[in-house]
Unconditional design. Structure first.
Length: 116
């Protein structure tokens, strides 16, 4: 099983987006999460650094600027999705990636405070 380190730049970007009210509170994450085609289209026009900032986890041992390096996407490349954060928290908890789980939890709590 892969291990992950929290992507602090992604956490900071998510907080910034939440504070700027760039979020979706109610969505079907299965329908709106980026597909492989969405990722490829994003990478045609944006740098890897920006792609990385949409992923809460960095796969330990994977090379930078590869899709394998980045896990736990939380938004649609425009906005944070509450359901995306919930999915990140759930998946991280399921596979015992505690740091990523707690980062997603903290962001979810921040989103709920800001959007209340």
């Amino acid at each position: 099983m892969a291990s992950y380190t929290v992507n602090k730049r992604a956490v900071a970007r998510a907080r910034k987006l939440i504070d700027a009210r760039q979020y979706v509170l109610d969505s079907d994450w299965g329908e709106v999460q980026p597909s492989a085609d969405d990722e490829n289209a994003f990478l045609k026009t944006r740098p890897w650094k920006e792609f990385a900032e949409w992923h809460l986890g960095l796969t330990d041992g994977a090379a930078d600027e590869t899709k394998a390096r980045y896990g736990f996407v939380y938004g649609d490349f425009r906005r944070v999705h509450r359901t995306g954060l919930i999915a990140c928290q759930y998946r991280a908890a399921e596979w015992r990636h505690k740091e990523v789980e707690l980062a997603a939890h903290d962001l979810l709590q921040h989103l709920d405070r800001v959007s209340a």
